[in-house]
Design a protein around this ligand. Structure first.
Ligand SMILES: Cc1cc2nc3c(=O)[nH]c(=O)nc-3n(C[C@H](O)[C@H](O)[C@H](O)COP(=O)(O)OP(=O)(O)OC[C@H]3O[C@@H](n4cnc5c(N)ncnc54)[C@H](O)[C@@H]3O)c2cc1C
Length: 424
């Protein structure tokens, strides 16, 4: 052993929500824990969650339903959610004097609406449990022998003070994904896991705004639409759809339902062209909409087409809709032809755009893909390949929709990894 080298029971790499929970939990069970974070502070990404309000978890207390929200890999979370699910997360924060509230769609936030307050709870937890935190500690790799890790190597400038390696009995890898790399999540852990023999399922930006080929979206930039349906169309078939709120941006689309469908859009795009269809009037069938337009046209017969449209559409959509319909805006409603009316109805039910990729990791809320779940014990988060390695958080190949699900993954898997790293 090197001179002056302190040996820890557990070394946690990455001070995001998963790493903080894992470190605190392991220390709570009596382990001597070191938390290694390359930034000069913890939870940089946690601070920007929920637009700075931190959607801590999702108020879904039915385990089966909760698991179902994570798609095909959700079953991996059964055990960890059963042990430390949304109910326990809410209790964890409330017991530490952070009252929570549940908003529309089951989204749980601190009553204060401040992610800083959630981070403070985690920092206090780590302090009370005497976790040693080494900031500015960028890990560059592992030293391993056989099926065990001996130590982690730190980036170290020659002649400067500081540790070169950290030695521990167990290691918990919580370096997150690749999204929002400015927060420190640069995907470093994937390569180390790969070097240690783990399979990395191809990563991709998920919960991410999408770009469209059509540039007219720019005209509606900033417009948010509620109660609309978006669908992905490939080879003339509807492949997926979501109902709710969306937003136009200068390069395409964003907002909750767009983020939620973005992963599927990216997957489909690998096979061929994908169209995005927006149904602005999902409560009406095509026939019902046409009947409504006919009625409206009857009662607005003398109006100019452009002056009727505010009854149908938000102001910001009018110029674009006129352009796309090809209908003369100054035309009187009673001179709009049947074919023109049908064109208008089609724009309202099936406003078509062409998917042109996602906005990438820089704007993705999470990264899909990651460490293959087949090689990780779902109860303990222990690697099946390296006996003293554990994983937690976004680095794992499981992700959820918006609404607090992704932080819940971090709390549950962090808690499991901390528990078992301290006791196995
Ligand atoms: C804008 C935005 C809003 C979001 N809002 C929500 C929300 O409201 N609710 C929700 O459930 N989810 C939300 N998420 C997702 C959620 O933030 C992530 O799923 C979560 O932060 C992942 O936690 P993690 O601990 O696995 O990794 P991270 O939070 O990414 O933390 C990883 C840590 O590891 C450190 N690290 C990386 N490499 C090294 C290295 N080489 N050496 C040392 N340290 C290293 C990083 O600096 C970082 O601190 C949001 C994400 C974004 C980007």
């Amino acid at each position: 052993m090197m001179k002056n080298q302190e040996k820890f029971d557990v070394a946690v790499i990455g001070g995001g929500p998963a790493g903080m929970m894992a470190a605190g939990r392991a220390a709570e069970l009596g382990a001597r824990v070191v938390l290694l974070e390359k930034n000069e502070s913890l939870g940089k990404k946690l601070l920007i969650t929920g637009k700075g309000r931190c959607n801590l978890t999702q108020a879904e207390f039915d385990l089966k339903k909760m698991v179902g929200q994570f798609g095909k890999n959700g079953k991996f979370l059964f055990s960890s959610l059963a042990a430390f699910g949304p109910e326990e997360v809410i209790k964890f924060f409330e017991d530490r004097k952070l009252p929570t509230k549940t908003e529309r769609g089951g989204r749980v936030f601190p009553v204060s609406n401040k992610s800083h307050d959630a981070l403070r709870v985690m920092e206090k937890y780590l302090g009370e449990k005497k976790v040693k935190i080494l900031f500015g500690s960028e890990i560059v790799g592992f030293e391993s022998g056989g099926k065990k890790i001996k130590s982690v190597k730190l980036k170290h400038e020659k002649g400067k003070p500081g540790k070169k390696v950290v030695t521990a009995d167990k290691f918990i890898l919580c370096t997150g994904g690749r999204s929002y790399p400015t927060t420190g999540s640069t995907g470093d852990g994937y390569q180390w896991a790969k070097d240690l023999g783990h399979t990395i399922i191809k990563t991709a930006p998920a919960l991410v705004p999408i770009k469209t080929k059509e540039t007219w979206v720019k005209e509606m930039q900033g417009l948010s639409l509620k109660n609309v349906e978006i669908s992905l169309i490939q080879d003339g078939k509807k492949k997926n759809s979501r109902f709710g709120e969306m937003l136009f941006t200068h390069f395409g689309l964003s907002g909750p339902i767009v983020l939620d469908i973005s992963k599927k859009a990216g997957e489909l795009a690998e096979k061929g062209e994908v169209a995005v269809s927006i149904d602005l009037k999902p409560a009406l069938s095509a026939e019902q909409l046409d009947a409504r337009l006919q009625r409206d046209f009857g009662s607005n017969a003398k109006k100019d087409f452009v002056n009727y449209l505010p009854e149908l559409l938000p102001q910001k959509m009018i110029a674009t809709t006129i352009g796309l319909s090809g209908i003369d805006p100054r035309k009187k409603i009673n001179t709009v032809t049947g074919a023109e009316r049908k064109k208008l109805a089609l724009l309202l039910k099936d406003l078509r755009l062409t998917f042109d990729g996602t906005a990438g990791y820089a704007q993705a809320v999470v990264t899909s893909g990651g460490v293959s779940l087949k090689e990780v014990n779902s109860k303990t988060m222990q690697s099946r390949l390296i006996s003293n390695l554990f994983f937690a958080g976004e680095i794992l190949d499981v992700d959820g929709p918006t609404g607090g699900y992704n932080l819940q993954i971090c709390w549950s898997t962090g808690y499991a990894a901390g528990t078992y790293a301290a006791s196995i």
